[in-house]
Design a protein around this ligand. Structure first.
Ligand code: PLP
Length: 460
């Protein structure tokens, strides 16, 4: 029996050094990688994936607790998604956006039906960053204002306005591409910028800070506030009670639009179709990508309110993309809705999060001094690792790399050596497995993290 099939269709077995070398060779010779010094990386050659696992060429198995950049919500090779691509490719592989297409319309309809009251239509993009670009462009066109407010500790993508809105070091070397972006601090009670002593106080002070920012910038110049509903890569920061309704109230008071970036948390990650649905807030524009089809074919988009849609009823919207609403991507999006309903994904995520993950993390926090705080919801959690629980000094300094990051790297390596691929960011081990994960696999992964934290404890 073969272990995997190579790109020529040949059946291969794990441990075939020649096959592995060929993959490595082409990658190192010809592929230019994201966010990396090309000479300093040695990417893992992956032979195949199945469900919540993937394998390298040696046959080493990894339980995926990262969902491949928090993307692969339905896991590798989901039969329903593979079939949707095959069937759609047989019917109509591609068609330009200016025509009406059955599967594109069906996906837009399903998304609108599962969105906020007053949602009207969907503009499809190629991914998350351009969804944010287009949401901002719509907000500017609709309001006639230019500024956008975005938060520190955020990632919104790597294109022009999206990278400028990003509030963390990935922006630095790219400079300011969009001069009309202003940053502010969001709530993060564990490391409060506002010296708050309770979540309620954090909400109150974070909102007062936002209001001051609006006043200093001039409310009539601000088109939109853009925020990740639950901050993703920068720490799984769940908004404290009242914060998002408070932001909405400020938006309403000043004629500012609210854009929720749901690229990472939309489509089930915290157990809701969209994360804003858990926080009693109505956005004007919502951006999505990743989970809409588990990344099987690139797609993202913007959900648009009736009010904003109406602005472009008679006036042309100045923007578009060749691949907008690509049929192969839309077919997998429609299949995603069917699979979520058939497999009860949202209910599973809520159940596993509250019944399995949360109590287990509480148990770990009681025994590992390196856990400063654990936080999250559904199947999206972060362990904020510290050197000192009293002072809350992070396990490694902010933006550390190389030697300075060694304690955290050691924890990540301990996870990998035990067969778990974690989602590691800054000083945080983040937990984001595919949403189809079984309870047994979830517990296995948590056991591995528990054991790896002994390594972190050694640095406290
Ligand atoms: N917004 C958020 C919250 C994200 O997490 C990401 C990517 O991780 C993006 C936007 C950018 O998406 P993409 O990489 O598809 O452009």
């Amino acid at each position: 029996m073969s272990d995997y099939t190579d790109l020529t269709g040949t059946e291969r077995s794990f441990g075939d050094a020649e096959a592995e070398q060929a993959v490595r060779q082409n990658d190192r010779q010809y592929v230019f990688h994201s966010w990396s010094a090309q000479g300093a990386i040695d990417p893992l050659p992956v032979a195949k994936g199945e469900g919540v696992r993937f394998w390298d060429y040696a046959g080493t198995e990894y339980l995926d607790f990262s969902s491949q950049l928090v993307n692969l919500n339905l896991g590798h090779q989901h039969p329903g998604l593979v079939q949707a691509i095959q069937e759609q490719a047989g019917r109509l592989a591609t068609i330009q956006p200016a025509v009406a297409n059955d599967v594109r319309g069906e996906l837009a309809k399903r998304i609108v039906e599962h969105s906020f009251t007053g949602a009207r239509s969907v503009f499809f993009t190629n991914g998350g960053a351009d969804a944010n670009e287009y949401a901002v462009r719509m907000a500017r066109q609709h309001t006639g204002r230019q500024k956008v407010l975005a938060r520190y500790r955020s990632y919104h993508g790597s294109t022009a306005t999206a990278i400028t809105m990003t509030g963390e070091p990935r922006r630095w070397a790219n400079g300011v591409i969009d001069a009309n972006v202003v940053h502010f601090e969001g709530p993060y009670a564990y490391r409060s910028a506002f010296h708050a002593e309770s979540p309620e106080q954090e909400t109150e002070r974070a909102l007062a800070h936002l209001e001051r920012t609006i006043q200093f910038e001039g409310p009539e110049t601000i088109a939109a506030i853009v925020l990740e509903t639950v901050t993703g890569t920068n720490g799984v920061l769940v908004p404290p009670p009242g914060y998002l309704p408070g932001v909405r109230e400020l938006c309403d008071r000043h004629g500012i639009l609210l854009i929720c970036d749901e690229v990472m948390v939309g489509f089930g990650r915290i157990g809701e179709w969209f994360a804003y649905q858990a926080f009693d807030v109505r956005p004007d524009l919502v951006t999505f990508a990743k989970g809409v089809n588990s990344g099987y074919v690139p797609i993202g988009g913007v959900v648009i309110s009736e009010d904003i849609h109406r602005t472009f009823e008679q006036r042309p919207f100045p923007g578009g993309l060749t691949y907008s609403g690509h049929p192969l991507a839309c077919a997998t999006g429609v299949a995603t809705f069917d699979i979520f309903e058939r497999e009860g994904i949202l209910e599973r995520v809520r159940d596993l999060g509250s019944r399995v993950v949360e109590p287990r993390l509480a148990e770990m926090a009681a025994k590992h001094p390196s856990i400063g705080e654990y936080r999250g919801r559904g199947l999206f959690w972060a362990l904020d690792l510290v050197k000192d629980r009293e002072t809350r000094e992070p396990l490694i300094p902010f933006n550390a790399s190389g030697e300075a990051a060694a304690p955290f790297t050691a924890v990540v390596n301990a996870c990998k050596a035990a067969g778990l691929w974690p989602f590691a960011a800054g000083n945080r081990l983040q937990i984001a497995p595919p949403l189809i994960i079984s309870e047994a696999d979830l517990v296995t992964g948590l056991d591995i993290i528990d054991a790896a934290l002994d390594v972190a404890d050694g640095y406290t």
